[in-house]
Design a protein around this ligand. Structure first.
Ligand code: DUT
Length: 539
């Protein structure tokens, strides 16, 4: 019989686990959610670590596919996203491959390193994956409580049978595996901080990427444009991740052993939390609209031997990775500005992952040093006041965290590896194309680190480039040699069209402070007809 934890006083759903799960529940999860996770004073609401992992898993399910969809998979198997976490740090981002389910991908990619990992799936994994993951010794398997990987919602093409025999057998087998397994297999969807949804909407609408979009087109009603993007995302993501009919959702939960969630108030709270998280994903994804903009090299870059380096990933993949970084930024500890960074590398051989040859090297957000008690360090950014009490000397930048927490750099991992293997895995590989995706122009402190670490390409916005803010400056980025810079800007095609139409364009150095006042932008509101997204590779 399933167990159900009590509900918190605010009537939000407390994370609960299904039958046979002996995890320590909410306390366990809170412990997993710190860098300094106490409520930050004077700070916007924050995404909990668990919800960040959950959102990243949903987003990974939507990773743009370069290969045609797998012809072997039937309509009942749904693509799934996965986040692998060790020591509370993300060490793998994956999605189902052309031939393999994402759980199998994780076993192949991480092997024995999966032991003691926590896995966050965008769907309840099928029995085939589950048995291998249990065998690999993972600590926890958490999944989004929607339609499972072996779909219970899919309809046969001829419409005769709504639930396949296979899916039912799989649900039974998964339950059996769960009840006999050591790892905690559960649903962990935490309540969203009050005000977080609104905070994410506002900050997404005004983030550097949107600033650039509105700065490039003074006639654009940026607010309206953003809301339309968000609405579209919300419709798509809701269809993908939510189950509109309550009874249908209850049926699915019951079939996958989560009948405890079907009771009130847990059921309503669960659905509310799921809706809020999908809303957050829709807002963040709307903040990097590919319609006329994308990541392109600056015209002004001189043609050098740099051009012999491998060219970049597709616009869709670049945007996907930047959205990952924007999600990470909602874990920031800076009271004013959140920054997120992800580093991906392109392996030499073809991968079994839905990400193709790309694999995660590291990710991070700006925060105080690990283990800090919040309040130990100054958080002030008022430039008029005492320099000793400002935040700048203490905050670890997003790129710095991403470089520090590479999956292969944990001490435990290094101890397990020996000799050449340890040496190679401990550094960014010279022969591979390693790419940094960061939501803010790298500052002068980070530029030499990026080059020194062997990053080959950067995808970012350059709104702050050229600025000297006293405590932090952005003067070295454009002079950074030997690293290809793909800057968020209008596509060359859209730029030419705008130039023809005589539109004013911001140059990357004007930045957000050079933008026209909001009021001026609001005048003459007119949504320019959106051209087709430029789907060509970045160049
Ligand atoms: O490459 C970078 C640059 C900055 N940061 C973080 C560090 C710090 O937490 C924050 C500072 O950003 P910013 O320059 O925007 O400072 P601000 O406090 O927002 O100042 P201003 O209001 O002048 O823009 O951004 C990074 O993580 N990576």
């Amino acid at each position: 019989m399933a167990t159900t934890d009590t509900v918190q006083s605010n009537q939000y759903l407390k994370p609960t686990c299904a039958a046979s799960c002996n995890c320590k529940g909410y306390r366990d999860v809170r412990e997993a959610s710190t860098q300094t996770d106490t409520k930050v004073q004077g700070h916007g609401p924050r995404l909990s670590k668990v919800n960040l992992f959950t959102l990243l898993s949903l987003w990974m399910e939507l990773f743009p596919k370069e290969e045609p969809e797998d012809i072997n998979q039937d309509v009942f198997t749904r693509g799934t996203g996965l986040v692998v976490v060790r020591d509370h740090k993300v060490v793998g981002l994956h999605c189902s491959g052309p031939e393999l389910h994402v759980g199998q991908v994780a076993v192949i990619r991480h092997g024995p390193r999966l032991a003691a990992s926590d896995l966050y799936f965008s769907r309840r994994p099928c029995a085939t994956c589950l048995k291998m993951l249990i065998n690999a010794g993972v600590s926890r398997i958490s999944f989004w409580p929607g339609d499972p990987e072996m779909s219970l919602l899919a309809v046969r093409p001829n419409g005769t049978d709504s639930i396949s025999q296979e899916a039912m057998l799989d649900a039974i087998a998964s339950e059996k595996l769960k009840s006999n397994s050591r790892p905690h297999i559960s649903v962990v969807v935490q309540p969203v901080d009050p005000g977080l949804q609104q905070f994410v909407e506002e900050t997404s609408r005004r983030c550097d990427f949107m600033e650039r979009v509105s700065g490039d087109d003074p006639d654009l009603d940026a607010g309206d444009f953003y809301w339309k993007q968000r609405r579209r995302n919300l419709d798509t993501f809701s269809e993908e991740f939510l189950i509109p009919h309550e009874q249908c959702h209850r049926d699915i939960l019951t079939k996958i052993g989560l009948e405890n969630f079907c009771m009130e108030p847990y059921f309503s709270n669960l659905r509310q939390n799921m809706r809020e998280l999908v809303g957050i994903l829709a807002s963040v994804a709307a903040s990097v609209p590919l319609l006329q903009h994308g990541f392109y090299r600056k015209d002004s870059q001189p043609a050098t031997s740099e051009q012999r380096q491998p060219q970049g990933v597709s616009q869709e993949i670049a945007r996907h990775c930047i959205v990952q970084a924007r999600l990470l930024a909602y874990r920031t500890e800076d009271p004013k500005v959140g920054v997120g960074a992800v580093i991906w590398a392109e392996g030499k051989s073809g991968g079994c992952d839905g990400t193709g040859r790309l694999y995660l090297v590291g990710c991070g957000y700006n925060a105080y040093p690990v283990g800090s008690e919040y309040g130990e360090y100054p958080q002030m950014d008022n430039k008029e006041q005492d320099r000793q009490r400002r935040k700048y000397r203490y905050i670890i930048h997003a790129e710095q965290n991403a470089l520090t927490f590479s999956p292969y750099r944990s001490t435990e991992m290094a101890e397990r590896m020996q000799g050449e293997e340890a040496r190679r895995s401990d550094e960014i590989r010279e022969e591979e194309n390693t790419m940094l995706f960061v939501t803010k122009c790298p500052c002068d402190e980070c530029v030499p680190l990026i080059r020194g670490a062997g990053i080959k390409q950067i995808y970012t916005t350059d709104l702050d480039s050229g600025k000297d803010k006293g405590d932090i400056s952005y003067l070295r980025f454009h002079g950074l040699q030997g690293v290809l810079k793909f800057i968020w800007q209008k596509s060359p095609l859209a730029r030419r069209a705008s130039e023809h139409a005589g539109l004013h364009l911001t140059n990357g150095c004007v930045g957000k402070h050079g933008r026209q006042p909001e009021q001026a932008l609001q005048s003459n509101k007119r949504l320019r007809s959106a051209t087709n997204p430029d789907l060509s590779p970045v160049c």
